[in-house]
Design a protein around this ligand. Structure first.
Ligand SMILES: [Zn+2]
Ligand SMILES: [Zn+2]
Length: 123
């Protein structure tokens, strides 16, 4: 298999098994276990290609560098810990979203980012 394909597959596999969105550095650390000598520049380049191909999506937190997750995951929301800057992912949703908009508005989708402290930082 071509080296580039192997590297790309390593990134996809890392993101597929990730429990939350990952930064390029975290992706590099984990993917290096599958394909040695994977540089950060390559990680950025392949992430850009994977994003263009809609294989991965970015999770944008204002003031933070983007994190990446595999596209097509089940509906979920993100929690950003203001103390350790980690992003967590939760599958639970609410059926009260429609109540947030005035009558006549049709909600088609939503994204929720919750801010606070994770269990270890809340102690
Ligand atoms: Zn934390
Ligand atoms: Zn939701």
């Amino acid at each position: 298999m071509a080296r580039k394909t192997k590297q790309k597959e390593a990134i996809v596999s890392v993101l597929r098994s990730a429990e939350s969105p990952l930064s390029p550095a975290e992706i590099q650390t984990r993917a290096s276990l599958l394909v040695p000598s994977l540089g950060i520049a390559t990680v950025y380049r392949l992430l850009r290609i994977l994003k263009e191909n809609k294989k991965v999506v970015t999770v944008e937190i204002p003031g933070e560098s983007p994190r990446y997750e595999i596209s097509g995951r089940a509906h979920h929301h993100h929690f950003y810990c203001r103390n350790c800057h980690q992003i967590f992912e939760f599958g639970k949703c609410t059926d009260k979203i429609e109540e947030l908009v005035p009558k006549g508005f049709l909600v088609q989708e939503h994204e929720i980012i919750l801010y606070g402290r994770c269990p270890s930082c809340a102690k």
